[in-house]
Write a protein that binds this ligand. Structure first.
Ligand SMILES: Cc1cc2nc3c(=O)[nH]c(=O)nc-3n(C[C@H](O)[C@H](O)[C@H](O)COP(=O)(O)OP(=O)(O)OC[C@H]3O[C@@H](n4cnc5c(N)ncnc54)[C@H](O)[C@@H]3O)c2cc1C
Length: 386
C-alpha cells in the first residue's frame, strides 16, 4: 500500500515553513492573479527583478541558474534515492540563435547525466529547439517554401544531434509535449528517432498527453508499431498542462476542443494508458508523470498484485521539483525509481515557467491544500520530536 506519511527529509524546518507560506499564497487565485499583474508591471518599468528573488517562488520551483549550480540540490535528493532531470526553463525561444543555444544547454545536461548518476535522464521541449510555426505548418501537411524547408532540416538535425549524444552517453532523452496543434509536426521529427535509436534499449522517450481525445489511441498504435518493428517504446504519460489555452483556442477558431470533455474522461484515458504501459513493461518503458495520488496508489497496488517490482528498470515515477515531495520520497522509500523534473535557468528567463506553476497550483486548489496539509503535518511532527 502506498505510504502517505509526510516525507520531507531533504528540507530544513525553515525551508518547510517557507514552502508552506508559498503554497498558502498559491492556493488563492486572487493572490496569484494580483501578483501576476504586479509582476508584469515591474517588468514593464524594468524594475531590477533579481532584487525580488526571495518573493518569486524561484527557490521553491527552480534549482539554480545553470547546470553547475543545480548540482548541490541534485546530490541532496539523490542521497534519498530521488533522482533529478535538469529541465532548462526557457519557454520563449524565437530565433535560430535561441534554438542553438537551447540545444547546447540540453547537450550540457546530457554530459552532466553521463558523469553523474544523480541525473538518469535529460529532457527537451520541442519549441525550445525549433520554430513553433513550422511544427504547426508541417503538422497541417502544408508545403514549406525553400527557406522554411532549410529551417525544418536544421530542426531535424538538432533532434538528431541530441538523440545521438544521448545514445553515446547512455542517457535517456525525454521529449516534452506542448500545445496540441504543434504535436503532429513534432511527431514527424520524433517518431523516426524512436525507431532509429530505441532498437536495443530505450534512448528517446515521447510524451503522451492523455487529456487529448486522440492520444490514447495513438499510444495503442505505437505499442503495436513498436512490437512489429522491434523497437522499445519509451513514453512519459501525463494528463496535459495547456487545458485552458487549448479550450480558448478551440472556442476562438470555432472548432471542437481536442481536450476531453471533462476530468472523468481524462482520468479514464490516463488509467487505461497506465494499464497498457504496465502490461507491456517486459518490453517497453514508461514514466508515470503525475501528482495524482490515487493513480500512484493504483500503480503501486497493481504492481504488487501482478508481481511487478517497483524497481523494474522500465518503470519510473516523476513529480515536479518543489511539488508533491511527500509522494516522491515515499515512492523512493519503497524502492521505486523516482525522479524530479528540476527546472533551472536565470530568474528573468524562468518567469513564464514560474507563472505556469503558480496558475496551475491556484487552479488545482484541492491538491495545493493537500500539499499544505502534508507540510503542516511534517512541521507538527518535527515540533513534537523536538
Ligand atoms: C514529471 C512531469 C512531467 C510533465 N511533463 C509534461 C509535458 O511534457 N507536457 C505537458 O503538457 N504536461 C506535462 N506535465 C504536467 C501534467 O500534464 C499535468 O498538467 C500536471 O501533472 C497535473 O496533472 P496530474 O495528473 O498531476 O493531476 P490531476 O490533478 O489528477 O489532473 C489535473 C489535470 O487533469 C486534466 N483536467 C483537469 N480538469 C479537466 C477537465 N475539466 N476536463 C478535462 N481534463 C481535465 C488537466 O490535464 C489537468 O492538468 C508534467 C508533469 C509532471 C509531474
Amino acid at each position: 500500500m502506498y505510504n502517505t506519511l509526510p516525507q520531507y527529509p531533504h528540507k530544513s524546518t525553515r525551508e518547510l515553513k517557507a514552502s508552506l507560506f508559498l503554497f498558502r499564497l498559491l492556493s488563492s487565485r486572487f493572490v496569484v492573479r494580483t501578483s501576476l499583474h504586479l509582476w508584469r508591471f515591474l517588468q514593464h518599468i524594468r524594475f531590477p527583478i533579481k532584487l525580488l528573488i526571495g518573493f518569486t517562488g524561484y527557490g521553491q520551483f527552480c534549482a539554480g541558474k545553470d547546470v553547475a549550480s543545480c548540482f548541490a540540490i541534485a546530490e541532496k535528493l539523490a542521497h534519498y534515492k530521488v533522482f533529478s532531470v535538469l529541465d532548462y526553463a526557457n519557454e520563449h525561444a524565437k530565433s535560430a540563435a535561441d534554438y542553438d543555444h537551447n540545444a547546447a544547454v540540453v547537450l550540457e545536461t546530457i554530459a552532466a547525466a553521463k558523469r553523474n548518476s544523480a541525473y538518469p535522464f535529460a529532457v527537451v521541449k520541442p519549441s525550445a529547439i525549433g520554430s513553433f510555426e513550422l511544427y504547426h505548418k508541417k503538422g497541417l501537411g502544408h508545403k514549406l517554401n525553400a527557406n522554411e524547408q532549410l529551417i525544418w532540416t536544421t530542426m531535424q538535425q538538432r533532434f538528431e544531434q541530441l538523440a545521438k549524444a544521448a545514445k553515446q552517453a547512455a542517457v535517456v532523452l525525454m521529449i516534452d509535449a506542448e500545445e496540441s496543434w504543434i504535436q503532429d509536426g513534432v511527431d514527424m521529427l520524433v517518431l523516426p528517432l524512436l525507431r532509429k535509436y530505441n532498437n536495443l534499449k530505450v534512448v528517446v522517450v515521447l510524451t503522451i498527453q492523455l487529456y487529448l481525445k486522440d492520444r490514447n489511441d495513438l499510444y495503442k498504435r505505437l505499442l503495436k508499431d513498436a512490437d512489429e518493428k522491434g523497437y522499445v517504446l519509451g513514453v512519459k504519460l501525463v494528463r496535459g498542462a495547456y487545458m485552458e489555452k487549448e479550450r480558448s483556442r478551440a472556442a476562438a477558431l470555432k472548432i471542437s476542443s481536442p481536450v476531453c470533455n471533462n476530468k472523468y474522461e481524462t482520468d479514464s484515458q490516463y488509467k487505461d494508458a497506465l494499464e497498457n504501459a504496465l502490461k507491456n513493461l517486459n518490453k517497453h518503458f514508461c514514466i508515470v508523470a503525475t501528482h495524482n495520488q490515487s493513480d500512484i496508489n493504483w500503480v503501486v497496488e497493481y504492481c504488487s498484485r501482478t508481481n511487478i517490482s517497483l524497481g523494474n528498470p522500465n518503470l519510473w515515477f516523476s513529480q515536479l521539483y518543489g511539488m508533491r515531495d511527500y509522494i516522491s520520497f515515499s515512492l523512493a522509500k519503497q524502492n521505486a525509481n523516482v525522479f524530479k523534473y528540476v527546472p533551472f535557468g536565470p530568474l528573468e528567463q524562468a518567469v513564464p515557467y514560474l507563472i505556469r506553476r503558480a496558475l496551475e497550483n491556484s487552479a488545482m486548489k484541492s491538491q495545493t491544500l493537500q500539499e499544505c496539509l502534508m507540510l503542516k503535518k511534517e512541521l507538527k511532527k518535527r515540533k513534537l520530536n523536538g
